[in-house]
Design a protein around this ligand. Structure first.
Ligand code: BDP
Length: 726
């Protein structure tokens, strides 16, 4: 009996232990809520532990200055997470495996190495395996402290992605000077085109409360080399330039400074009237000019490293210099003159088009800005969206990239997926941006690619107060890819995806390979089920949620879908050749010739440049109508395959992130089907053609799809009673 009860007790304790440890596992799985982004620093596998411990046993450096302290604290945090214990610290290497970090000025150990840091420039770094006092060490050196911090993140990335680190010699410097996130955040906490909850800037509690999240935001940005953040929406409120809000912005700048992150604000052109009490905002009026100069002085007094202004002027109803008969150059130069004495810049957007203008919307920015080339102040940068319309799933490159050789240009991309399925659709945007960077403008002969022309990249942020920052885990990859490409636009999007997957989920090749493949095909899937073969701007009015190829009427033609698809009983597509709007003429002659001829227009841009009959035969022999149906259906099939891939990977991912991705993929599949069916239903009502064999008809009538209405779709805070179903 007694032995029996002992056994029972033993079994009892075994069960208790099993329960406790399963709870611990559940808890650790729960901890993976996405907050840590790609900076998770989870323990490395046993096989790597010893190797990495041998190169990270001691920290030497980072005694003074907030940036070096940030570098030290990131190293300590990361190494204790990855290797289980924080390395010891000392003034010099005392054993093999020290990490020596700093600048020749901050570190005598580094100064004594006489490293050639010329190529590192102001923000770059060198990570090199060296011998110091007969001890093997890794030096992370730079000319400025911020380069050291960037180098630390590079070194940590090597560990996180399980690269060998014994023989390093990595020199890296950013190719682009401006690497900026544009937040479209409003002072009331809403976010225009935001799908990740409310704004992360809590204006109400600033400047007194500094949420830890602000530091984590800056860490994430610095880990990618992002060096600027525009805090406020391009549809700007003048209030953000009043002392109350400037003090709040200054508090954020104080947090960001250590991480090399400069803040910028969107400037409302009419601010001199709205908050300055002037009668005009005419950029040639001396009182207006004086007001902006005083405003710039005031800002720099409290934010000495302020980056400058981002301006949306005379665009979609925003005020601007044209309200006074002045040009964009007059307006931009006035602001530049106010900022330049302090080193600030103006990022002036070329996203302009006017409803009074009968010309093809795709041509209007070029028409207004190309003649102004060379007329801007040195501190003005013209910011261009990747394509001539508006962040569509696929656009050709913006013709202005090839038309302003005397003006520094910033490429603006949209990280938040306004037109690619919000946060619920898995669409990795790396390939899309790579496509733009790769585009050859031919303006100085072959090889004049967009990446060679630009001075900076701006990304419309997808960040909000959601616990996982971006609304979905896979949308974090787009923040990541933006930052990596802004540092080095030569990077390949598949390599970036692989790094991100390894850091965000797992280094196991059985997980990495299928997930990277899924990501790499995901943007094309969206193009397929939303806007194949060069179609564009086919989404629902205002909210941009779901399909709306039938959208017509309303306040302006260039906000409708029919304006862009031009579909009727005969055919579909926008003729932008010489027989149509002649937008092709805005490109260099060889590019114009390629887009003008049907034979040489890339098939994926066919209907962007050409209006074609439904029965037009593609080189494959398939008719345009059949090919459209095939693309719509292929998009849905790709999403179904992505779902299947993900379902097979559950064992590699914690339950919380796995479940959300799986659920979102299910939503994406439903919505891809909806896009396909609604688009086919509408276009078939015009073409009157049968579906090709084997393709299922839409399950509902066109009237049904047209009647769907979503007044509270996210990301559209300004519109209180959106029109539905038109
Ligand atoms: C469009 C958005 C709108 C923005 C505008 C812009 O729908 O919310 O204000 O771009 O970039 O894509 O200014």
């Amino acid at each position: 009996m007694r032995t029996h009860s002992k056994q029972r007790l033993f079994v009892y304790w075994l069960i208790v232990l099993a329960l406790l440890s399963s709870q611990a596992i559940a808890r650790s799985a729960q901890a993976e809520d996405g907050y840590d982004l790609w900076l998770r620093y989870r323990p490395v596998e046993a096989a790597w532990l010893h190797r990495y411990q041998n190169v990270a046993s001691e920290l030497v450096g980072g005694a003074d200055g907030s940036t070096l302290l940030a570098a030290r604290s990131e190293l300590a945090r990361a190494l204790s997470g990855l290797l289980g214990a924080a390395p010891r610290s000392g003034p010099r290497p005392t054993r093999d495996g020290a990490i020596v970090f700093g600048t020749p000025t901050s570190s005598t150990v580094i100064a004594a190495l006489h490293l050639d840091l010329h190529a590192a420039g102001r923000e770059g770094y060198l990570v090199r395996s060296v011998t110091i006092d007969r001890h093997r060490a890794t030096v992370i050196a730079a000319n400025e402290d911020i380069g050291v911090l960037y180098g630390v993140y590079r070194f940590l990335r090597l560990l996180q992605t399980r690269e060998p680190v014994e023989h390093l010699d990595v020199m890296s410097a950013p190719q682009l000077q401006y690497r900026v996130l544009d937040h479209w955040d409003n002072l009331d906490g809403t976010v225009e085109r935001g799908y990740a909850g409310a704004s992360i800037w809590d204006w109400q509690t600033l400047p007194d409360y500094l949420a830890p999240r602000y530091t984590d935001y800056a860490r994430a940005c610095a880990s990618l080399g992002i060096n600027g953040a525009v805090l406020t929406n391009v549809n700007a409120s003048a209030l953000s330039l009043t002392p109350r809000y400037l003090n709040k912005a200054a508090a954020l700048a104080n947090v960001f400074r250590a991480y090399g992150l400069h803040i910028y604000l969107s400037a409302r052109f009419s601010a001199p009237i709205e908050i300055g009490g002037l009668k005009t905002a005419d950029p040639l009026d001396p009182a207006v000019r004086a007001w902006w100069r005083a405003k710039a002085d005031e800002i720099y007094h409290i934010i000495p490293d302020f980056g400058g202004f981002l301006v949306k002027a005379n665009s979609e109803g925003q005020p601007g210099p044209q309200d006074y008969g002045r040009s964009h150059a007059d307006g931009a130069n006035m602001l530049a003159e106010a900022l330049a004495p302090h080193g600030g810049i103006v990022m002036w957007r070329a996203f302009v088009y006017s409803q009074e203008q009968p010309a093809d919307r795709a041509t209007q920015a070029y028409t207004e800005f190309a003649p102004l080339d060379g007329k801007f102040h040195d501190h003005v940068f013209i910011q261009l969206k990747n394509g001539p319309i508006d962040f569509q799933p696929r656009e050709p490159f913006h013709p202005l990239f090839g038309a302003m050789p005397h003006t520094p240009l910033i490429l603006e991309v949209q990280i938040t997926k306004e037109y690619l399925g919000f946060a619920t659709h898995l669409a990795y945007l790396g390939p899309m941006w790579e496509e733009t960077l790769d585009a050859d403008t031919y303006t100085r002969g072959p090889g004049t690619t967009v990446r060679k022309i630009i001075s900076g990249m701006a990304g419309v942020a997808n960040i909000g107060a959601d616990r996982n920052w971006c609304g979905s885990v896979f949308d974090q990859a787009n923040w990541y890819a933006f930052g990596r490409l802004a540092w080095d636009p030569d990077l390949k999007s598949d390599a970036i995806a692989e790094q991100w997957v390894r850091m965000t989920f797992s280094n196991d090749p059985a997980f990495v390979h299928p997930v990277v493949a899924m990501m790499m095909g995901s943007r094309e899937a969206v193009v397929d089920y939303m806007t194949p073969l060069g179609l564009h701007h086919q989404m629902a009015r205002d909210s941009h949620y779901g399909p709306g190829p039938w959208v017509s009427g309303g306040p302006r033609a260039d906000w409708t879908s029919v304006y862009y698809n031009r579909a009727d009983a005969q055919g579909i597509g926008f003729d932008r050749t010489a027989s149509g709007s002649n937008a092709v003429a805005q490109y260099a002659p060889s590019v114009a010739a390629r887009f003008s001829s049907l034979g040489s227009t890339p098939e994926n841009l066919l209907l962007w440049f050409h209006h074609l009959p439904w029965d037009y035969r593609l080189p494959s022999g398939v008719t345009l109508w059949d090919e459209l149906v095939r693309h719509y259906s292929r998009g849905v099939d790709t999403v179904a395959a992505m779902r299947k891939t993900w379902a097979g990977l559950a064992s590699y991912v914690d339950a919380e992130r796995y479940t959300q991705v799986a659920a979102f993929l299910a939503i994406q599949q439903q919505e891809a089907q909806w896009w396909r069916d609604a688009s086919i239903a509408y276009f078939q009502s015009l073409s009157h053609l049968p579906l090709p064999k084997g393709y299922a008809p839409p399950p509902y009538s066109l009237q049904y799809y047209e009647s769907l209405c979503f007044p509270y779709a996210p990301g559209n805070p300004g519109v209180h009673s959106p029109t539905c179903g038109q």
